[in-house]
Write a protein that binds this ligand. Sequence first.
Ligand code: PLP
Length: 381
Amino acid sequence: MPKRDLSPATLAAQALAWPDPQHHGLVPSIHPSASYARAPDGSYPGGHSYSRDQNPTFDAPEALLAALEGGTKALLFASGMAAATTIFETLPPRAHVLVPRHMYWTIRGWLQALHDRGAIELEAYDNDDADHLASLLRKDHTALVWVETPSNPLGKLTDIETTVGLAHHAGAKVVADGTTATPVLCQPLSLGVDIVMHSATKQLNGHADVLAGALVTANPDDPMWQAIEHERGYRGAVLGPFEAWLLLRGMRTLFLRVPAACRGANRVAQMLVAHAGVDEVYYPGLPDHPGHDIARRQMRYGFGSMLSFRPAGGEARARAVMNRLNVFRDATSLGGLESLVEHRARIEGQRSPLPADLLRLSIGIEDSDDLIADLEQALSI
Ligand SMILES: *Cc1c(COP(=O)(O)O)cnc(C)c1O
């Protein structure tokens, strides 16, 4: 069977059956060398010169991620932030950038700082309002539209196809932060997005033991992508070979872990919605979530492993509930094997658009009965 016909789950499980012509190992090797020897004519017989540009250990995880996203080229970075910030380094001075009102807080904060010092012109659109986005787009002027769906932490949905149609008509590029959906649940490139960005620290690696980021494209000849490739080599915000290898190992179980975590998240969301001690639950898998219909259209297998809720009784009770949880650990991040809880307003601070009593959950792969029992005992106060 030709490789291209295999399903993404098979490609991931086999790590593309990456060839090892020397030892025929089933698992790709780690290449620690920072530099590579030249031939007498000055060429590089192994195709590599220096690990700031490209390390052979990146090849398999980059190729696998590109395949899972339905793209042709991926680049690994030292973190999701390193991947995201590299994109903006390639924009012209004072570029007009549109971002969703609700998005990953640290990217938003960094872009705000760029705006404050006049490097870009930043405006925010309502995640789920295409008319609002259309009113902010400036034809042949807006450089980039950022999409994050479902958004972290409110799970707001953005219709990717509609957004791409509007943005491309105005001459703007579209980048989608695909971290919360993963390529298992959604493939933004197939909906027309120019570049997909990932915090691979989250579910792609999935074991909370690697910090990594990635960008993926279906069009590597695009001048913006070429500029990004050069920029990565200049900045040197690349992964170490061992981390790249660990990331590949993590990605091999993606198609087991993501659906399992989605099932757990869905059960937890159902339990919280029915609980008298809970005011509000934010999970796109719930039929009355405002983004549920879009989520059904552009996602498959599940609605993600992240959800948020507001316990009744305000911020003090929310913190008390969080502190009574025993199975959930109070820690930042998402997409690991273990379930986490976080009081987001405390870490986002003054400019956060979130309710002060919001608790975010990242659901791992534990038995969901244990997670539900833990939440029930914590909410019993
Ligand atoms: C964590 C996260 C990032 C940043 O990635 P790092 O690997 O922590 O730098 C970006 N976007 C989303 C949605 C995230 O959850």
